[in-house]
Design a protein around this ligand. Structure first.
Ligand SMILES: Cc1cc2nc3c(=O)[nH]c(=O)nc-3n(C[C@H](O)[C@H](O)[C@H](O)COP(=O)(O)OP(=O)(O)OC[C@H]3O[C@@H](n4cnc5c(N)ncnc54)[C@H](O)[C@@H]3O)c2cc1C
Length: 381
């Protein structure tokens, strides 16, 4: 299993519970203190409980009371948590959440290895991994492998999987901290469309608030927006953060960072003795708030397909793929509907692209693919 996000950790846990010998390779990144993605729907807790990983508890993570949206007009739409039969959604401490999931997998017997670079090669029936860490290089082999490396789908792409990219969405995000010592009681999630995209804010544990601006990469001067002062000005002018935090003193303590938030999917998320799960298989517009829960469900479904008996595996994998395809088709329709509902013309670009997948096909990517498939002679040609 490569990747220590929700998909990798859950897959490692499910696989370890089934009795398999599991190696979970996670990136050793001691200097990375922040990860974005903190809103989790209420249903997630019962899914995790069923998997035996009850990590969402109110003493570690916050419970959200609902969502307030201004989408395409100044009308305010509220969705209160009280009308959800599963209860409140969650505003998680993302790093703690991932550590909890990994710890649960390790308790069930998964072997956790923190790595630097990983190289993968195949030796007939087994995969061979060369793992480089700060102190040593190790070679290991495995019968099956899961790519849970997030949107990069690092190893699936290396093995020749084709990826479709549906838009150019990027996210510029920061964490803010309340500095006057007062408590922020507002546990609602705020979503608001803006002329070239949309903004989002939610409180997270440790007296912090995350603010994210989503737009298309070609509509925004990223370098400028990554300046703390400019970003602070932008959110003060375009986002109702002032009302949300009135009387409080929030200042940026981390970021702004820019990350890719495009909707992407692999045309086929499995191959001989490998499978991709979570964002590596398909990623969603964060507007849908379904990335983490889909990664959790996807990780456990991928394992179910992988550990099925040899004769049933092909059928299970095809089923796994058709579930993914079906889900993604529904998601693309919904996404388009939402961006079109933003009918004063604001932030409509990402939805426009829904019908036109953009192939990830720069000249370099194309040459690399030809080289892998046919050898150097063809590239020279
Ligand atoms: C700006 C933004 C906001 C979001 N907000 C939300 C939200 O509020 N709610 C929600 O549900 N979803 C949200 N998402 C989506 C959510 O974060 C993802 O869907 C979810 O993290 C997917 O989990 P994953 O395990 O598949 O991938 P990831 O969480 O991306 O984990 C992949 C892991 O693999 C590791 N990795 C990558 N390459 C290698 C390698 N070569 N070797 C070893 N390890 C490697 C990475 O370091 C990482 O730990 C958001 C996404 C973005 C971009």
């Amino acid at each position: 299993m490569v990747g220590g996000g929700p998909a990798g950790a859950v897959a490692a846990h499910v696989l370890a519970v089934s009795g398999a010998r599991v190696m979970l390779l996670v990136r050793d990144r001691p200097n990375v203190d922040f990860t974005v993605g903190e809103t989790v729907p209420a249903e997630t807790r019962s899914i995790l409980k069923r998997l035996g990983m009850d990590c969402l508890a109110p003493d570690r993570h916050l419970q959200s009371t609902g969502t307030i949206a201004r989408w395409g007009s100044d009308a305010v739409h509220c969705r209160e948590a009280i009308i959800n039969p599963y209860g409140c959604g969650w505003l998680i401490d993302r790093q703690l959440f991932e550590q909890q999931l990994i710890a649960a997998a390790v308790r069930k017997g998964a072997l956790l290895i923190k790595t630097g670079r990983i190289k993968i090669g195949s030796a007939r029936t087994r995969w061979e991994f060369q793992i480089e860490s700060a102190t040593q290089n190790i070679c290991m082999s495995a019968g099956y492998f899961l790519d849970c490396t997030g949107r990069t789908a690092r190893f699936a792409i290396e093995l020749g999987a084709r990826r479709r990219i549906y838009d150019r969405l990027i996210a510029i995000w920061c964490q803010m901290e309340e500095q006057s010592g007062l408590q922020d009681f507002d546990k609602q999630i705020y979503v608001e469309s803006s002329p070239r995209g949309w903004l989002y804010s939610a409180q997270i544990p440790n007296r912090r608030r995350v603010v994210v601006y989503f737009t298309d990469g070609d509509l925004c001067n990223i370098r400028k927006m990554k300046s703390r002062k400019i970003f602070e000005n932008y959110i003060a002018n375009h986002f109702d953060l002032k009302t949300v935090t009135s009387g409080l003193q929030y200042g940026i303590v981390a970021g702004p960072f820019c990350v890719n938030a495009a909707s992407t999917r692999l045309v086929r998320a499995y191959g001989d003795n490998w499978v991709a799960a979570g964002d590596a298989a398909q990623s969603f517009d964060p507007l849908s708030s379904q990335g983490i829960v889909s990664a959790i469900v996807g990780g456990s479904n991928a394992v179910a397909a992988l550990i099925s008996s040899h004769s049933a595996r092909r059928w299970m994998m095809d089923n796994f793929q058709s579930d993914l395809d079906h889900k993604y088709a529904g998601y693309l329709d919904e996404r388009l509907r939402h961006y079109c509902a933003n009918n004063d013309g604001r932030g409509i670009r990402s939805g426009d692209a829904a019908t036109k997948p953009k192939q990830n096909c720069s000249l370099l990517v194309l040459l690399t693919r030809i080289w892998r498939r046919h050898g150097f002679g063809y590239v020279a040609l």
